[in-house]
Every structure is written in structure tokens, then in C-alpha cells.
Design a protein around this ligand. Structure first.
Ligand code: BTN
Length: 258
């Protein structure tokens, strides 16, 4: 698989690749690599993760040969420094583009999940590395369920899950998907500060126009109709008094309140 990935990457303007048959977490490796000087667009890919991490301290399972688990290191541009949360949206949109090309109808469960048929198919974990007050690297980690065996057992799920091959009822090539994902990400990247990008992200939000419940990490809750995004990727809700409430991008749970 490593050779195939190297071949695909040779056609893309990315940095170096670190490929692992098995690793703890690609995000941990990417954060270490960023500290020791990884260039922009460097990529960590693993065929299996033994201690993959999700948001809010959760674990993320990547069984061997079944999924995509990767972390892309960005040396942030000025626009990415201005709008770091939008990088999550760019990666989600890149995956959505790939899934649509495969004939699926995905949506984005704000802030970090990609859904198909209301079930989670991928999760994104973006982490940053700071040098004093300056953000000097962003690590964009994504885990995508490809084969049926990548779906965690039901008793370990907080939200229903699916995989690309389950939804398509046929096998796909993980390497082709990886190349497609990175190509589409690189195409979005120069547009991070455009209103077209924000609009495309907003249009794909799951539960738009529906009543949702948000629980923030400080235990506070918000209930309202999901209206859209603010320019930093925060979620705009309309509360029962018709007022707009913005929930900042961060460690939150979103649930349909229907
Ligand atoms: C979530 O749904 O909470 C986010 C999951 C992110 C998982 C990916 S897999 C590749 C990268 N390495 C990790 O340890 N986590 C991310």
C-alpha cells in the first residue's frame, strides 16, 4: 500500500509522507513531526491505529486494512491563521466532494463529523501547535470508515455509524479515495477565506432548519433551530424568542432535538 500511496502523492503538491503499517495515533506522530520541522503538506498515514484519538478525549478505532487514518500538517497561511476552524470545514467538504462523486448524499454534522444516511462515516480532529503566541502548525486528522469492518461495535458507539462500502454495497480502493480526498482538499485550500467556501460548508450542514440541542464542554446547553454558520465556523441557532445565538466552534455535542 505504501508504494501505491507514494505514487499517488507524487502527482500532488504536498510535502513528505510518513507511512506506518501500525501506529498509536497519526495525530500524535504529526504533532511531533511538526515540532521537529515538518514542511507544509507533510502527511502521516497509518494502515492501523492502536490508540487513535477522537474529539473530547474519546478513542477512535482504526482496524488494519479497513479505513483511512491520516494527519495532514499545515504551516498555516495568513488566511488559515485568521480562520483556523475553517480548515475542519475544508477537509469535511473535500470528503463530501469525494462521496458525492461516488453517488452518496453526505452531510456535515457540525462541527467535525461527516454523515451518510444519518450515520457517522468519518470524524475529523484538528489540533494546533503553538510557538509562544504564534500558531506554527495545524494538524488535520481524519478517520474514514471504508470497509464494513471499520465500523466500531454498536456497544462502543455514541452515535450510529456506517462505512462507505456499506452505503455503496461494493468495495472501493482506499488509495484512490486518499488521492481524491487530498486533491479536493488542495483545490479548496486557496479559497478558505471566500464566501463561496463558507456557503458550500453551510449548505451541507445536517439538521439545517431543524431544532437541535448543543451541549458545550462547560456543561451549558443551547436549544434552537439550526440556521447556519458564522464566519469563524461557529454555529448560528435561532432560540425560542427568535434571537440568534452563536455557539463557538470547539468541544461541543450536537444532537437533533426532534
Ligand atoms: C472524532 O470523530 O471525534 C474525530 C476522530 C478523528 C480520528 C482521526 S484518525 C486519524 C487521526 N489520528 C488520530 O488519532 N485521530 C485522527
Amino acid at each position: 500500500m505504501e508504494d501505491q500511496i507514494r505514487r499517488i502523492l507524487s502527482n500532488l503538491s504536498l510535502g513528505e509522507l510518513r507511512y506506518f503499517d501500525r501506529i498509536g495515533s497519526t495525530n500524535d506522530e504529526a504533532l511531533k513531526w511538526a515540532e521537529s520541522g515538518a514542511g507544509d503538506g507533510s502527511l502521516v498515514f497509518a494502515n492501523e491505529q492502536t490508540s487513535g484519538r477522537g474529539r473530547m478525549g474519546r478513542s477512535w478505532i482504526t482496524p488494519q486494512d479497513t479505513a483511512l487514518a491520516l494527519s495532514l500538517i499545515l504551516r498555516p497561511t495568513q488566511a488559515e491563521l485568521d480562520y483556523p476552524s475553517r480548515t475542519t470545514g475544508m477537509l469535511a467538504l473535500a470528503l463530501v466532494d469525494c462521496l458525492q462523486a461516488l453517488g452518496l448524499s453526505p452531510s456535515i454534522k457540525w462541527p467535525n463529523d461527516v454523515l451518510v444516511n444519518g450515520k457517522k462515516l468519518a470524524g475529523i480532529l484538528v489540533e494546533s501547535r503553538w510557538n509562544g503566541a504564534v500558531m506554527d502548525a495545524l494538524v488535520l486528522g481524519i478517520g474514514i470508515n471504508v470497509a464494513p469492518a471499520s465500523i466500531p461495535p454498536a456497544d462502543q458507539l455514541l452515535f450510529p455509524a456506517t462505512s462507505i462500502e456499506v452505503e455503496l454495497s461494493r468495495p472501493i480502493s482506499r488509495v484512490t479515495l486518499l488521492g481524491d480526498l487530498l486533491t479536493r482538499f488542495l483545490a479548496w485550500r486557496p479559497n478558505i477565506d471566500s464566501s463561496d467556501f463558507l456557503q458550500a460548508w453551510e449548505n451541507l450542514l445536517a439538521y439545517r432548519g431543524e431544532l437541535v440541542k448543543i451541549k458545550t464542554s462547560n456543561g451549558r446547553g443551547e436549544l434552537g433551530i439550526l440556521v447556519g454558520l458564522d464566519r469563524h465556523g461557529g454555529l448560528r441557532l435561532e432560540d425560542e424568542h427568535g434571537r440568534t445565538v452563536t455557539v463557538e466552534f470547539g468541544d461541543v455535542h450536537l444532537r437533533s432535538a426532534a
